[in-house]
Design a binder for this molecule. Structure first.
Ligand code: HEC
Ligand code: HEC
Length: 430
C-alpha cells in the first residue's frame, strides 16, 4: 500500500458543536506565516505547494492532526489529541488515537490529549497555531511565546539548541515568574503536562517546518515538477525533527559544582558585573559586560537599551496597538536604539532588574548558571561560557543571588568609566 500518510497518526475529526465554556475558540484553523505571501509573491503555485506539504505532514487543521514520520514524539504522537465533544455539551475521552503502522498492531489509548488541554489552558494566550496571538495576547507584556520560530528562552541546553522535555515541563509546572505565564503544577497532572508538552513541541515543529519550507520554496524552480516534492518536504521537516531529537544530548552541565557563596566569590562576581576584568584559566583577560544592559545598579537600565521612561511610555503609555505612534515622538537616536533592542520575535524587551530576586527561568543556582553561561535564546542576553570559566560564572551566580538580600552591594560601587570616545579629528593646520 502506498499510503501518502505512511506511519501517520490519524485522529478522527470531531465537531465542537455545543462546546460552550468560558472561551469558545470558534472555528479552528492555523494562521499562515505572513512570509508565505510576501516571500513567494506572484508564485501562487509554489505557495500552494508549501500549503500542501504542510497539510500533508502535520494535518490540515488542529482537529485533524497528522504526526509526520520521524517526528520522534513519545508513543508516536498518540497523546496529541484524543478527546471528543458531543452536541449536548459533554466531553468524553475516546480511545480514538490509532497509529497506522503496518508492522504494529494499532495502539489505542484513553486520555484527554494535548490538543484538548492546550485549547483549554493555553490557546487564549498562545493562539491556535502557537503564534503567541491568542485573544488575550495583545494585552500582555511580555507577549506569550510564538513557538513557530522553534526558539525557547529557558533551556538547559547549549546556546540556540532546542529545550529538553524537562525544560518545557518545568516552564509549565512553575510558570515564568514576573510574567503572565502561569504555573500549572496544581491544575494539571503529570500525565497531562506530558501530553501538553507533546503538543507544544508539535506546534513548534510545524511552525519551524513552515518557515523552512518557505525558505526552500524561495530558491526552488517554478518549472521544476520535483520542486518541493514529497521527498524534499519530508527532508526539510526531518531537519527540524532532528534538532528536537538532539536536545537531550546537548544539556550544558556545569563541569564543577557551585562553590560556597563566600564573600570573596560574591565580590569577584560583583567586579565582573561592574565591568571589571579577570583572567580566565588560559590567561586571557575577560571583561564583564553585565552593566551595559543591566545598568550600574542592576536595575535593568543599561545604556544598550532605551531609558526606562521611554520604554514605559511606549509599552505602557496607552493602547498596545498604538505603540509605534508613541515611539515616533522620540528622536531618531532613541528610535534606532529601540529597534536594536527588540527581541528575536520583534517584541519590546527589557533586561531584568536583578534587585528584585525574581527570575523568569527559576531561582535555583543551576537555573542562573544556565542563564549566564548560555544566555537566553532570542532575548539579547548573551552566552558567557566558554569565555568565562565555570568558576567565574558561579561567582556571578553567587553575586546575583546575594544582591536582593544585600542591596548595598551596588550602592557604593565604583562603576568603571565608559570607554573613551575616539579623539575628535583635529582639522589639519595649513
Ligand atoms: C495568561 C497567558 C498565558 C497562558 C494562559 C499560558 N502562557 Fe505560556 N507564556 C506566556 C507568556 C507571556 C510567555 C513568555 C514570557 C517571556 O517571554 O518572558 C509564555 C511562554 C511560554 C513558553 C516558552 C518558555 C521558553 O522557554 O521560552 C512555553 C513553552 C509556554 N509558555 C507554554 C504554555 C502552555 C503549554 C500553556 C498552557 C498549559 C501556557 N503556556 C499558558 C503566557 C501564557
Ligand atoms: C546585551 C545585553 C545583556 C548583557 C550584556 C547581559 N544581559 Fe542579562 N539579560 C538581558 C536581558 C534583555 C534579559 C531579560 C531577558 C528576558 O526577560 O527574556 C536578561 C536577563 C538576565 C537574568 C534573569 C534571568 C531570568 O531567569 O529571568 C539574569 C540573572 C542576568 N540577565 C544576568 C546577567 C549577568 C550576570 C550578565 C553579565 C555576566 C548579563 N546578564 C549580561 C540582557 C543582557
Amino acid at each position: 500500500m502506498t499510503s501518502r500518510f505512511h506511519w501517520a497518526l490519524f485522529i478522527s475529526t470531531f465537531t465542537l458543536a455545543g462546546c460552550g465554556g468560558l472561551f469558545d475558540p470558534g472555528p479552528l484553523s492555523y494562521v499562515e506565516s505572513p512570509r508565505l505571501k510576501t516571500e513567494l509573491q506572484g508564485r501562487e503555485a509554489m505557495q500552494e505547494k508549501v500549503r500542501g506539504a504542510l497539510a500533508r505532514l502535520f494535518g490540515p487543521n488542529p482537529r485533524e492532526i497528522h504526526v509526520p514520520a520521524g517526528a520522534g514524539l513519545p508513543l508516536g504522537g498518540a497523546r496529541l489529541a484524543n478527546y471528543r465533544h458531543f452536541e449536548d455539551g459533554t466531553e468524553k475521552p475516546q480511545a480514538i488515537a490509532r497509529i497506522v503502522d503496518p508492522k504494529q498492531p494499532p495502539v489505542t489509548q484513553v486520555m484527554r490529549g494535548g490538543f484538548a488541554l492546550y485549547r483549554e489552558h493555553c490557546l487564549h494566550c498562545h493562539g491556535v497555531s502557537g503564534a503567541g496571538d491568542g485573544p488575550t495576547a495583545p494585552f500582555l507584556y511580555p507577549r506569550p511565546r510564538d513557538y513557530r520560530k522553534g526558539l525557547f528562552k529557558f533551556t538547559s541546553t547549549n546556546t540556540g539548541a532546542k529545550p529538553t522535555r524537562d525544560d518545557l515541563e518545568k516552564t509549565l509546572r512553575y510558570g515564568l515568574h514576573g510574567t503572565s505565564m502561569p504555573a500549572f503544577d496544581a491544575s494539571l497532572s503529570d500525565g497531562e503536562i506530558a501530553q501538553v508538552v507533546d503538543y507544544v513541541i508539535f506546534l513548534s515543529m510545524r511552525g519551524e517546518a513552515e518557515l523552512a519550507l518557505i525558505d526552500e520554496a524561495m530558491t526552488a524552480d517554478d518549472k521544476d515538477p520535483e520542486a518541493l516534492s514529497e521527498t524534499v518536504a519530508t527532508e526539510v521537516a526531518g531537519n527540524v525533527f532532528n534538532k528536537w531529537k538532539a536536545a537531550a544530548t546537548l544539556v550544558m552541565n556545569p563541569p564543577i559544582p557551585k562553590p560556597p557563596s563566600t564573600r570573596e566569590s560574591i565580590l569577584r562576581g560583583r567586579n565582573l558585573f561592574l565591568g571589571g576584568t579577570a583572567k580566565n584559566k588560559v590567561g586571557q583577560p575577560v571583561k564583564g559586560d553585565c552593566i551595559d544592559c543591566h545598568g550600574p545598579r542592576a536595575e535593568g537600565d543599561g545604556n544598550s537599551f532605551v531609558p526606562q521612561n521611554v520604554f514605559n511610555t511606549v509599552v505602557f503609555g496607552g493602547d498596545p496597538s498604538t505603540r509605534n505612534e508613541r515611539l515616533q515622538a522620540f528622536d531618531e537616536k532613541v528610535r534606532t536604539k529601540w529597534k536594536e533592542s527588540l527581541d528575536d520575535w520583534g517584541e519590546p524587551l527589557r533586561p531584568a532588574n536583578l534587585n528584585r530576586g525574581v527570575y523568569k527561568g527559576g531561582r535555583r543556582p543551576i537555573d542562573l548558571y544556565w542563564r549566564i553561561a548560555k544566555g537566553i535564546n532570542g532575548a539579547k542576553m548573551p552566552a558567557h561560557y566558554p569565555a568565562n570559566d565555570p568558576e567565574m560564572i558561579w561567582d556571578l551566580v553567587n553575586f546575583v543571588l546575594a544582591l536582593p538580600q544585600e542591596p548595598k552591594l551596588l550602592e557604593d560601587a565604583v562603576v568603571p568609566p565608559a570607554p573613551t570616545a575616539p579623539a575628535p579629528k583635529v582639522a589639519a593646520t595649513k
